[in-house]
Ligand binder design. Sequence first.
Ligand code: GDP
Length: 183
Amino acid sequence: MAADSFDEECDYLFKAVLIGDSAVGKSNLLSRFAKDEFHLDSKPTIGVEFAYRNVKVGDKVIKAQIWDTAGQERFRAITSSYYRGALGALLVYDITRRETFEHLKKWLYELREFGCSDMVVVLVGNKCDLGSSREVNLEDGQSLAQLEGLLFLETSAKENLNVEDAFNQMIAKIHEVTSQKSL
Ligand code: GDP
């Protein structure tokens, strides 16, 4: 897997979205993945509402276009166009704030209403570096993922733990799903 420039040739272009409550770390997960940056303040400016990163899956180069809510969820202003064309989603909660986990059902409902029927969803429990403030057990995340048929990982955008894996697993799975469909 490698990060490359926007202009590099690619075999496929996939759109994916980040969703979840405010301040769970969505923007920082994206800036870590796309630029290997982390921001301590609550408004990291990645400059745009989406970022690109090229990822190699087998012998194919996939350009992942990842959309960030850019704070829109604060105003309940995410529209169906955000989800349009998205083949995958990272559904993020904060392991130190139980309510962000409780709200996942609402996000899943929205995903299923607006997203495509076979969207690949990775459930992400972020801020796992803050284990002493944990309010959501690892097992709770695992059980929900199993129940809802999601991939699951705990991550730390701050310490760069499992961030690559979360995005890469989503991208590889999208590739698998779309390859099967085109057979
Ligand atoms: P968003 O609103 O979901 O996009 O969340 P942000 O990416 O803006 O992050 C909200 C706050 O959480 C910021 O102060 C970040 O520095 C902090 N943050 C994000 N990810 C992590 C993490 O993995 N660990 C810790 N300790 N803080 C994080």
